[in-house]
Design a protein around this ligand. Structure first.
Ligand code: FES
Length: 166
C-alpha cells in the first residue's frame, strides 16, 4: 500500500513513459518555413496543371459522314454518334435550313437531351435543364456549361463531322 504523498509518480507514467528531453519541438521559424515551401509546391503544381490544360489540346477525331443534307427537314433533328459509338449527338436543322450539331449529353449530370423545335432548345428531362439549339449555351435549370459543339462541314450532299469544340 502506498503512502499517498504528492511526490509519488502516477501509475500511468509507468505505462506511457514520455521522455521530454528526447522529444523534438518544431520552432515557429521551422513551421513558417514548412508552410511557405508547402504553399510554393502547391502553387507550382497548379501552374503545371494550367499549362497542361492550355496546351494539351485533345487530338482531333477523324472526319465522318453523319447524314445526307436531305435526311433532315427544316425544324427537324437526327441522332447520331460521334466520334465513337459511345458518344450520342444530335443534329438539328433550323427553320431557315442551317445545320448545327451538339453532344446529346447534358453537361449537368449526363442525361440525354431532346430537341424541342418549338422552343429552339434542347430539354433535359432529368432536372429540367435546357440549352439553346443554335449555340448549345445553357438556358434554364442547373447546367452551367454549354453542350459541346460538333464541327460540321458540307461535302456536296453530305454532312461530315470533323471535330468537337468544347
Ligand atoms: S442532368 Fe440535365 S439538368 Fe441535370
Amino acid at each position: 500500500m502506498t503512502g499517498g504523498s504528492g511526490a509519488e509518480r502516477p501509475r500511468w507514467r509507468e505505462d506511457f513513459p514520455v521522455r521530454w528531453d528526447a522529444d523534438n519541438y518544431m520552432t515557429r521559424r521551422e513551421l513558417a518555413k514548412f508552410l511557405t515551401l508547402g504553399s510554393g509546391l502547391l502553387a507550382s503544381v497548379n501552374v503545371l496543371i494550367a499549362f497542361i490544360g492550355l496546351n494539351g489540346a485533345l487530338p482531333t477525331p477523324p472526319a465522318r459522314r453523319i447524314a445526307g443534307v436531305d435526311e433532315v427537314a427544316p425544324g427537324g433533328s437526327l441522332l447520331f454518334r460521334y466520334p465513337t459509338a459511345d458518344d450520342p449527338c444530335i443534329l438539328v436543322r433550323d427553320a431557315l435550313g442551317a445545320f448545327e450539331a451538339f453532344s446529346q449529353v447534358c453537361t449537368h449530370l449526363s442525361c440525354a437531351v431532346v430537341h424541342r423545335p418549338d422552343e429552339q432548345a434542347f430539354a433535359c428531362p432529368c432536372h429540367k435543364g435546357s440549352f439553346s439549339s443554335s449555340d448549345g449555351r445553357p438556358l434554364t435549370g442547373p447546367p452551367t456549361r454549354r453542350l459541346p459543339r460538333i464541327v460540321l462541314e458540307q461535302h456536296g450532299a453530305d454532312l461530315v463531322a470533323t471535330g468537337i469544340k468544347v
